[in-house]
Design a protein around this ligand. Structure first.
Ligand code: A3P
Length: 326
């Protein structure tokens, strides 16, 4: 496999630093609501969702330039919803003929899943060796490039219950924040989360956008939940394989392969690999930061009953009669 030769920056703040904005982006920003980002710089509300300045630029570039193919597969998540896990699973599934999941040479043993499935909206080299092409994105449905929307490609959306998403995000932000800025308090982060003002937020509109698409176009959009996937990864792998067009047979051996992929991509296995304990991505993120606890319900260790109730109420009200529940 080819190694990416993207420049590695020191940390995420450096990654988010804006080098140069296009005229289009500068004009757009001047017309958008703007707030401070807890992590670094500013957030701009574009088509209902909040993005750091640099990411807004990369979104526009991607909308203008990205050419989708009907055979593409897009893995869509909000940050801290299980992106790393979904990337690992999809990569292992799509490439299982080329890379035996038991092989000691499997790419997931020496690459972080983010190196194997690039983000649509971040700079990436053409190292995508999968056929079909696999991409991931945190973009809300409204902001996907038109070529993706119009193509016959497959979209897999993975969401996570908002309370765990918040807690995971809270820890993540503090790990990524430059030390000299001090830590973000739980209360401060919670207040932003309840208002929906954080990178790619709000969670309710993000999830609803894909939920509606999955109801209208079930053959194009598969809607999954992290919490359910944790309960039964094997069945989710089969569902995912069916959906993306590489189904498992009903033969006994296929059950072994499902188990092998499930084990290969499990939290315990991935988080203990050398590459994920010591490596670093071009965005400056340390690979080990993608692995914290990987559990459902960790919010109980962090949120007060009042916080949990407040967030539950907001989510219930925002999801309304959509049929989507957490
Ligand atoms: P926690 O912070 O709750 O532990 P993302 O990949 O979207 O950044 O999400 C990160 C979250 O997914 C973290 O949650 C992380 O621990 C968890 N995670 C990472 N790899 C996982 C895996 N293989 N299985 C289950 N959860 C995983």
């Amino acid at each position: 496999m080819e190694k990416s030769d993207l420049t590695v920056v020191s940390d995420i703040a450096q990654f988010l630093e804006v080098e140069e904005l296009s005229e289009e982006c500068r004009e757009l920003i001047s017309s958008l609501p703007t707030e401070k980002c807890l992590l670094f710089g500013n957030l701009h509300q574009y088509r209902g969702f909040w993005h750091p300045t640099k990411i807004l630029q990369t979104i526009l570039t991607c909308q203008n330039q990205f050419e989708a193919r009907d055979s593409d597969i897009y893995l869509v998540t909000l940050p801290k919803s299980g992106t790393t896990w979904l990337k690992a699973m999809a990569f292992a599934l799509v490439n299982r003929t080329q890379y035996d999941p038991k092989s000691t040479q499997h790419p997931l043993l020496s690459y972080n899943p983010h190196q194997l499935v690039p983000f649509l909206e971040f700079p990436h080299n053409d190292v995508v060796s999968s056929t079909p092409r696999l991409f991931s994105t945190h973009l809300p449905f409204v902001s996907l490039p038109e070529s993706v929307k119009k193509s016959g490609s497959k979209i897999v959306y993975l969401c996570r219950n908002p309370k765990d998403n918040f807690v995971s995000r809270f820890h993540w932000q503090n790990k990524l924040r430059r030390q000299e800025l001090g830590s973000i308090s739980l209360e401060e982060a919670f207040e932003s989360f309840c208002r929906g003002v954080y990178i790619y937020g709000p969670i309710w509109d993000h999830a609803l956008g894909y939920w509606k698409q999955s109801l209208e176009n079930p053959e194009r959009v598969l809607f999954l939940k992290y919490d359910e996937m944790k309960e039964d990864p094997g069945n989710h792998l089969r569902k995912l394989a069916d959906f993306i067009g590489c189904p498992f047979s009903k033969e006994k051996e296929s059950f072994n392969v499902v188990d092998q992929i499930s084990e290969l991509c499990s939290f315990d296995h991935l988080s203990n690999l050398e590459v994920n304990r010591t490596g670093k991505l071009p965005s400056g993120v340390i690979n080990s930061n993608f692995f914290r606890r990987g559990e459902v319900g960790d919010w109980k260790n962090h949120l007060t009953p009042q916080m949990a109730q407040k967030l539950d109420e907001i989510i219930k009200q925002k999801l309304g009669a959509s049929g989507l529940t957490f």
